[in-house]
Write a protein that binds this ligand. Structure first.
Ligand code: MN
Length: 455
């Protein structure tokens, strides 16, 4: 599979021409791009990939809303939309290690030292109250200074000058661990960011797993071939050879700067914090590079991240309860799991498995397999009619969760809960559901009663 963004855009144009829209009218990157994405979705019910070719204050075109459709994500995975989970699980189970290449379109232009200028990029401000322009599509590539462990992740970057950004590093996650190791020695942590990549690379970067799992190999698993990497100009790090743009730099030890507020996936504009600082040492890019933006907190962001979260949860639950049926993440910090419960207690096993497998998950709802978890009404029905709160709710206090949850007392220090809404002692022994007799349902004919159509 081609592993660059523009080959994927050609695929979208040929397979789904209505899904690709070029905007030539000048647009201001402060609020207008996000406003257009939101208005298009809310009022026109459309969510095409948008390419803005005339962006005020920058020569670079902006590409956004790339991931705002599950069928487009499926196209990137060479899968049918209903097979996303299976294909992602296959990539996690059969990762393909990356390979280093010498031919790298991302090196067509190389700017180092004084030539570095982040202010040449489109200065995209997404929501009111955001502290400034953010790069939201930056995928970090880092290595543990203490080990041969590599990591990829999305980290939001606030542009704070020609060669300076702040970075949001989630406490207790993998980049944070690497940075702790570097900072303990008083050293900077080399870091590089790819901006503008094939969605398979984006999906792999969002994989959730042990610190030892190499996201680059999961990217390869999705691509069906090794991810091609090239060495950075200013460090030993390796970055995708076919990216549009790479930002090379280092997170400085013992330096913090105010960052935020910033409107996040939680639906809130979250407050200012003291966060880590990136000193940018080089920028390399294609001669005609596209600047990718993720329309943060909207479908472009939410649909993309849901696929890897659901896959990881499915994998973790399956290790504990082999008869897991389906997994859905319908809202921040929330997941619903349906199982075919074989024996008493498996509902709570699901809760333990999910809370043990995903840092961000805070509420787990478990239902039987006769409940369609993609229908919120059915899930609510199961909670209402199969659950006794004094028996079926489990609360775990004083654990680490997302530092972006505004309800937590301290950033990321939270309680979590599970709701076992499975029928007890078993679905077979539970009060039967009402239904009209099956034979009557089958033989009754709407036409016989003049009811088959309105009119
Ligand atoms: Mn990782």
């Amino acid at each position: 599979m081609a592993q660059d963004l523009r080959s994927y855009l050609e695929l979208v144009k040929s397979k789904k021409p209505d899904d690709f829209q070029v905007v030539t009218k000048e647009i201001n990157p402060a609020y207008e791009i996000t406003a257009l994405v939101v208005k298009l979705e809310q009022e026109a019910k459309r969510r095409p990939v948008l390419l803005f070719t005339n962006v005020t204050g920058s020569k670079l075109p902006v590409l956004t809303n790339l991931h705002a459709s599950r069928s487009r994500i499926a196209l990137a995975m060479n899968a049918a939309p209903q097979d996303l989970l299976r294909v992602y699980l296959d990539a996690m189970a059969k990762p393909i290690p990356p390979k280093v290449v010498s031919r790298a379109p991302v090196k067509e232009v190389i700017r180092k030292g004084d030539q570095v200028n982040l202010l040449d990029f489109p200065q995209i401000v997404h929501h009111e109250r955001d502290a400034g322009p953010y790069v939201t599509a930056a995928i970090s590539f880092t290595k543990d200074p203490e080990a041969e462990t590599w990591n990829c992740a999305y980290n939001r970057l606030m542009i704070q000058g020609r060669d300076k950004t702040s970075i949001h590093v989630t406490p207790s996650k993998h980049v944070w661990e690497f940075y702790r190791n570097a900072e303990a020695k008083g050293e900077p942590l080399p870091i590089a960011f790819a901006v503008g990549v094939h969605p398979a690379i984006a999906l792999g970067a969002l994989a959730i797993g042990s610190i030892d799992e190499d996201e680059r190999a999961i990217m390869g698993g999705i691509l069906g071939e090794p991810l091609e990497l090239v060495r950075c100009e200013t460090s030993e790090l390796l970055v995708p050879a076919h990216a549009e743009i790479v930002i090379e730099g280092e997170i400085l030890p013992r330096v913090r700067t105010p960052e935020g507020p910033f409107g996040e996936f939680t639906g809130y504009s979250l407050g200012q914090r003291q966060r880590e600082v990136v000193k940018v040492k080089a920028i390399t890019h294609r001669a005609d590079a596209l600047f990718q933006d993720i329309s943060v907190a909207h479908l472009d962001h939410l649909l993309l991240s849901t696929v890897p979260i659901e896959a990881n949860i499915y994998r973790a639950v399956r290790a504990m309860v082999p008869t897991v049926n389906a997994v859905r993440v319908p809202a921040p910090f929330t997941c619903v799991v349906s199982i075919e419960q074989r024996t008493l207690g498996q509902g709570n096993n699901v809760i333990l498995a999910v809370l043990g497998a995903d840092l961000y998950m805070k509420r787990v709802i478990v239902v039987d397999h006769d409940v369609d978890i993609f229908n919120d009404r059915e899930v609510n029905w199961a909670i209402a009619t199969r659950c006794q709160p004094d028996r079926d709710i489990t609360v775990v206090s004083h654990v680490r969760g997302s530092d972006l949850d505004p309800s937590a007392k301290e950033d990321g220090y939270t309680a979590k809960w599970g709701v076992d809404a499975t029928a007890k002692p078993s679905l077979a022994e539970y009060t039967p559901r009402n239904r009209v007799p099956r034979d009557v349902y089958q033989r009754i004919n709407l036409d016989d009663y003049c009811l088959s159509s309105r009119g």
